[in-house]
Design a binder for this molecule. Structure first.
Ligand code: HEM
Length: 197
Protein backbone atom coordinates (compact mmCIF):
# COMPACT_ATOMS: atom_id res chain seq x y z
CA UNK A 1 0.00 0.00 0.00
CA UNK A 2 2.80 2.43 1.00
CA UNK A 3 4.53 1.78 -2.35
CA UNK A 4 1.38 2.97 -4.17
CA UNK A 5 1.06 6.23 -2.23
CA UNK A 6 4.75 7.11 -2.59
CA UNK A 7 4.11 7.75 -6.31
CA UNK A 8 1.45 10.08 -7.75
CA UNK A 9 1.34 8.05 -11.00
CA UNK A 10 0.71 4.80 -9.10
CA UNK A 11 -1.93 6.56 -6.93
CA UNK A 12 -3.85 7.74 -10.02
CA UNK A 13 -3.57 4.25 -11.58
CA UNK A 14 -4.92 2.78 -8.32
CA UNK A 15 -7.89 5.20 -8.51
CA UNK A 16 -8.71 4.03 -12.04
CA UNK A 17 -8.36 0.34 -11.03
CA UNK A 18 -10.66 1.00 -8.05
CA UNK A 19 -13.21 2.60 -10.38
CA UNK A 20 -13.14 -0.49 -12.66
CA UNK A 21 -13.57 -2.82 -9.65
CA UNK A 22 -16.53 -0.74 -8.38
CA UNK A 23 -18.13 -0.74 -11.87
CA UNK A 24 -17.73 -4.56 -12.09
CA UNK A 25 -19.11 -5.05 -8.56
CA UNK A 26 -22.13 -2.84 -9.27
CA UNK A 27 -22.69 -4.83 -12.48
CA UNK A 28 -22.46 -8.14 -10.59
CA UNK A 29 -24.78 -7.04 -7.78
CA UNK A 30 -27.44 -5.28 -9.88
CA UNK A 31 -27.06 -7.29 -13.09
CA UNK A 32 -26.83 -4.04 -15.09
CA UNK A 33 -23.51 -3.91 -16.92
CA UNK A 34 -22.15 -0.79 -18.57
CA UNK A 35 -23.31 -0.56 -22.18
CA UNK A 36 -20.90 1.69 -24.07
CA UNK A 37 -23.69 3.27 -26.16
CA UNK A 38 -23.96 6.95 -27.12
CA UNK A 39 -25.61 7.88 -23.82
CA UNK A 40 -22.80 6.25 -21.85
CA UNK A 41 -20.07 8.03 -23.86
CA UNK A 42 -21.84 11.34 -23.19
CA UNK A 43 -21.85 10.49 -19.50
CA UNK A 44 -18.14 9.49 -19.74
CA UNK A 45 -17.34 12.90 -21.30
CA UNK A 46 -19.27 14.60 -18.48
CA UNK A 47 -17.09 12.70 -15.97
CA UNK A 48 -13.87 13.76 -17.76
CA UNK A 49 -15.26 17.32 -17.84
CA UNK A 50 -15.98 17.39 -14.10
CA UNK A 51 -12.53 15.89 -13.31
CA UNK A 52 -10.72 18.60 -15.27
CA UNK A 53 -13.06 21.32 -13.97
CA UNK A 54 -12.35 20.30 -10.36
CA UNK A 55 -8.60 20.42 -11.06
CA UNK A 56 -8.91 23.91 -12.60
CA UNK A 57 -11.23 25.53 -10.06
CA UNK A 58 -9.51 23.68 -7.18
CA UNK A 59 -6.20 25.33 -8.07
CA UNK A 60 -7.89 28.72 -8.67
CA UNK A 61 -9.35 28.53 -5.16
CA UNK A 62 -6.00 27.30 -3.74
CA UNK A 63 -4.39 30.49 -5.15
CA UNK A 64 -7.12 32.74 -3.76
CA UNK A 65 -7.94 31.04 -0.44
CA UNK A 66 -4.47 29.75 0.52
CA UNK A 67 -1.43 30.99 -1.38
CA UNK A 68 -2.15 34.71 -1.91
CA UNK A 69 -3.37 35.40 1.68
CA UNK A 70 -0.34 33.48 3.06
CA UNK A 71 2.32 35.39 1.09
CA UNK A 72 2.53 38.44 3.45
CA UNK A 73 3.08 36.03 6.40
CA UNK A 74 6.06 34.27 4.74
CA UNK A 75 9.55 35.69 5.48
CA UNK A 76 11.19 37.23 2.37
CA UNK A 77 14.04 34.70 2.25
CA UNK A 78 11.48 31.84 2.10
CA UNK A 79 9.26 33.42 -0.58
CA UNK A 80 11.23 31.87 -3.51
CA UNK A 81 9.96 28.43 -2.41
CA UNK A 82 6.52 29.65 -3.50
CA UNK A 83 7.47 31.80 -6.49
CA UNK A 84 10.15 29.50 -7.97
CA UNK A 85 8.78 26.03 -7.11
CA UNK A 86 5.15 25.81 -5.99
CA UNK A 87 3.49 28.55 -8.09
CA UNK A 88 5.02 27.45 -11.47
CA UNK A 89 3.90 23.83 -10.86
CA UNK A 90 0.43 24.96 -9.75
CA UNK A 91 0.17 27.23 -12.83
CA UNK A 92 1.12 24.33 -15.13
CA UNK A 93 -1.78 22.13 -13.92
CA UNK A 94 -4.06 25.22 -13.65
CA UNK A 95 -3.79 26.37 -17.27
CA UNK A 96 -3.85 22.88 -18.86
CA UNK A 97 -6.82 21.85 -16.67
CA UNK A 98 -8.60 25.03 -17.85
CA UNK A 99 -8.01 24.03 -21.48
CA UNK A 100 -9.10 20.42 -20.83
CA UNK A 101 -12.30 21.72 -19.16
CA UNK A 102 -13.11 23.92 -22.16
CA UNK A 103 -12.47 21.10 -24.67
CA UNK A 104 -14.48 18.46 -22.73
CA UNK A 105 -17.26 20.98 -21.97
CA UNK A 106 -17.63 22.01 -25.64
CA UNK A 107 -17.50 18.35 -26.73
CA UNK A 108 -20.19 17.54 -24.15
CA UNK A 109 -22.46 20.32 -25.44
CA UNK A 110 -21.86 19.09 -29.00
CA UNK A 111 -22.60 15.45 -28.04
CA UNK A 112 -25.77 16.67 -26.26
CA UNK A 113 -26.70 18.38 -29.53
CA UNK A 114 -27.29 21.84 -28.04
CA UNK A 115 -23.96 23.66 -28.49
CA UNK A 116 -25.45 26.34 -30.81
CA UNK A 117 -28.60 26.82 -28.79
CA UNK A 118 -26.63 27.01 -25.50
CA UNK A 119 -24.07 29.51 -26.82
CA UNK A 120 -26.98 31.49 -28.30
CA UNK A 121 -28.58 31.45 -24.80
CA UNK A 122 -31.76 29.98 -26.25
CA UNK A 123 -34.40 28.02 -24.33
CA UNK A 124 -34.21 25.33 -22.94
CA UNK A 125 -30.40 25.60 -22.72
CA UNK A 126 -30.09 29.12 -21.32
CA UNK A 127 -28.71 28.02 -17.93
CA UNK A 128 -25.86 25.92 -19.29
CA UNK A 129 -25.25 28.60 -21.96
CA UNK A 130 -24.67 31.29 -19.31
CA UNK A 131 -22.39 28.86 -17.42
CA UNK A 132 -20.45 28.10 -20.60
CA UNK A 133 -19.96 31.79 -21.43
CA UNK A 134 -18.81 32.58 -17.87
CA UNK A 135 -16.35 29.64 -17.96
CA UNK A 136 -15.12 30.63 -21.46
CA UNK A 137 -14.39 34.18 -20.20
CA UNK A 138 -12.54 32.64 -17.23
CA UNK A 139 -10.49 30.34 -19.50
CA UNK A 140 -9.63 33.31 -21.75
CA UNK A 141 -8.43 35.18 -18.65
CA UNK A 142 -6.27 32.20 -17.59
CA UNK A 143 -4.46 31.86 -20.92
CA UNK A 144 -4.29 35.47 -22.11
CA UNK A 145 -4.09 37.57 -18.92
CA UNK A 146 -3.12 35.52 -15.84
CA UNK A 147 -0.45 33.25 -17.41
CA UNK A 148 1.42 35.96 -19.42
CA UNK A 149 1.44 38.27 -16.38
CA UNK A 150 2.45 35.47 -13.98
CA UNK A 151 5.43 34.68 -16.24
CA UNK A 152 6.64 38.25 -15.63
CA UNK A 153 5.70 38.27 -11.92
CA UNK A 154 7.48 34.97 -11.20
CA UNK A 155 10.62 35.89 -13.18
CA UNK A 156 10.08 33.24 -15.90
CA UNK A 157 10.17 36.21 -18.32
CA UNK A 158 12.63 38.93 -17.26
CA UNK A 159 11.26 42.50 -16.98
CA UNK A 160 12.16 45.54 -14.85
CA UNK A 161 10.87 45.88 -11.26
CA UNK A 162 8.01 48.28 -12.14
CA UNK A 163 6.68 46.02 -14.89
CA UNK A 164 7.04 43.00 -12.59
CA UNK A 165 4.92 44.68 -9.87
CA UNK A 166 2.28 45.76 -12.41
CA UNK A 167 2.14 42.21 -13.85
CA UNK A 168 1.71 40.69 -10.37
CA UNK A 169 -1.14 43.11 -9.66
CA UNK A 170 -2.89 42.37 -12.96
CA UNK A 171 -2.55 38.58 -12.49
CA UNK A 172 -3.84 38.82 -8.91
CA UNK A 173 -6.84 41.01 -9.79
CA UNK A 174 -7.81 38.79 -12.74
CA UNK A 175 -7.53 35.71 -10.54
CA UNK A 176 -9.89 37.39 -8.05
CA UNK A 177 -12.25 38.28 -10.93
CA UNK A 178 -12.28 34.60 -11.98
CA UNK A 179 -12.98 33.53 -8.37
CA UNK A 180 -16.01 35.85 -8.40
CA UNK A 181 -17.20 34.42 -11.76
CA UNK A 182 -16.69 30.84 -10.54
CA UNK A 183 -19.61 31.19 -8.11
CA UNK A 184 -22.42 31.91 -10.63
CA UNK A 185 -20.59 29.79 -13.26
CA UNK A 186 -20.83 26.63 -11.11
CA UNK A 187 -24.45 27.37 -10.23
CA UNK A 188 -25.37 27.66 -13.93
CA UNK A 189 -23.28 24.58 -14.77
CA UNK A 190 -25.28 22.32 -12.45
CA UNK A 191 -28.61 24.19 -12.92
CA UNK A 192 -29.26 22.73 -16.37
CA UNK A 193 -30.21 19.25 -15.29
CA UNK A 194 -31.05 19.88 -11.66
CA UNK A 195 -33.76 22.53 -11.93
CA UNK A 196 -31.62 25.38 -10.60
CA UNK A 197 -33.62 28.07 -12.44
C1 HEM B 1 -15.74 26.68 -21.08
C2 HEM B 1 -15.85 25.81 -20.12
C3 HEM B 1 -17.03 24.91 -19.90
C4 HEM B 1 -17.93 24.42 -20.79
C5 HEM B 1 -18.02 24.67 -22.30
C6 HEM B 1 -18.85 23.57 -20.05
C7 HEM B 1 -19.92 22.85 -20.56
C8 HEM B 1 -20.70 21.95 -19.85
C9 HEM B 1 -21.80 21.20 -20.37
C10 HEM B 1 -22.29 21.27 -21.82
C11 HEM B 1 -22.35 20.46 -19.38
C12 HEM B 1 -23.57 19.51 -19.46
C13 HEM B 1 -24.76 20.22 -18.83
C14 HEM B 1 -26.02 19.41 -18.81
O1 HEM B 1 -26.59 19.14 -19.87
O2 HEM B 1 -26.45 19.08 -17.73
C15 HEM B 1 -21.57 20.71 -18.20
C16 HEM B 1 -21.81 20.11 -16.99
C17 HEM B 1 -21.03 20.30 -15.87
N1 HEM B 1 -19.96 21.14 -15.76
FE1 HEM B 1 -19.22 22.36 -17.23
N2 HEM B 1 -18.45 23.56 -18.72
C18 HEM B 1 -17.35 24.37 -18.59
C19 HEM B 1 -16.65 24.63 -17.43
C20 HEM B 1 -16.86 23.98 -16.22
C21 HEM B 1 -16.06 24.19 -15.04
C22 HEM B 1 -14.88 25.14 -14.91
C23 HEM B 1 -16.54 23.39 -14.08
C24 HEM B 1 -15.99 23.29 -12.70
C25 HEM B 1 -15.97 22.22 -11.98
C26 HEM B 1 -17.66 22.65 -14.63
C27 HEM B 1 -18.43 21.74 -13.95
C28 HEM B 1 -19.50 21.05 -14.47
C29 HEM B 1 -20.31 20.10 -13.74
C30 HEM B 1 -20.13 19.69 -12.28
C31 HEM B 1 -21.26 19.62 -14.62
C32 HEM B 1 -22.30 18.55 -14.35
C33 HEM B 1 -23.66 19.13 -14.15
C34 HEM B 1 -24.65 18.07 -13.77
O3 HEM B 1 -24.47 16.87 -14.09
O4 HEM B 1 -25.63 18.45 -13.16
N3 HEM B 1 -17.82 23.04 -15.94
N4 HEM B 1 -20.59 21.62 -18.51
Amino acid sequence: MGAIFQSLGRTITAGVVLLIVIALLVGAVTGTWIKADYGWWTFFMRWLHVLSGVMWIGILWYFNFVQTPSMPKIPDEQKPAISKVIAPTALFWFRWAALATVVTGLLLAWMNDYIGSALGLQKPNTAIGIGMWLALIMAFNVWFIIWPNQKKALGIVHVDAAEKAAAAKMAGMTSRFNTMLSIPMLYCMVAQQNGGF
